[in-house]
Unconditional design. Structure first.
Length: 129
């Protein structure tokens, strides 16, 4: 059960990191519009390739760091992009799909931790990891 607890902690931690990362982008990033130019599969997840233009007129085409199964995006779909002004290749997609994926990591991690703790607590009041 200790492995389930560790995996739950990692998933929740990753989800929390992505939520806080999104807040940083929303606070200090530059908003623009973009388009999903392609969808690529890596491992078991689909990742959108996003094309957008910065305020300085630089064209960027970059793979988004957050994938999903099934794909949360369609080729040709318009998306809202927030990129870092100091590095225009670092960006997030500002939409509900990305937020749901982030909170999904947190929820699955918390459930795994709860299951691990539930089955590891013995009747005599001790923990059996």
């Amino acid at each position: 059960m200790i492995y389930l607890l560790i995996i739950g902690l990692l998933l929740s931690g990753f989800g929390l990191f992505k939520v806080f990362d999104r807040k940083r982008y929303q606070k200090s990033g530059v908003k623009t519009s973009g388009i999903v130019s392609d969808i690529v599969m890596s491992g078991r997840s689909y990742y959108p390739i996003v094309s957008y233009e910065t305020l300085d007129g630089v064209s960027v085409e970059q793979e988004y760091s957050l994938g999903s199964m099934p794909s949360a995006y369609r080729k040709g779909e318009s998306v809202k992009v927030i990129y870092k002004q100091e590095d225009c290749k670092k960006f997030i997609l500002d939409n509900k799909s990305s937020e749901y994926i982030e909170f999904g990591f947190i929820a699955i991690g918390v459930i795994m931790m709860f299951i691990s703790c539930y089955y590891s607590y013995t009747e005599n009041g001790s923990w059996d990891f």
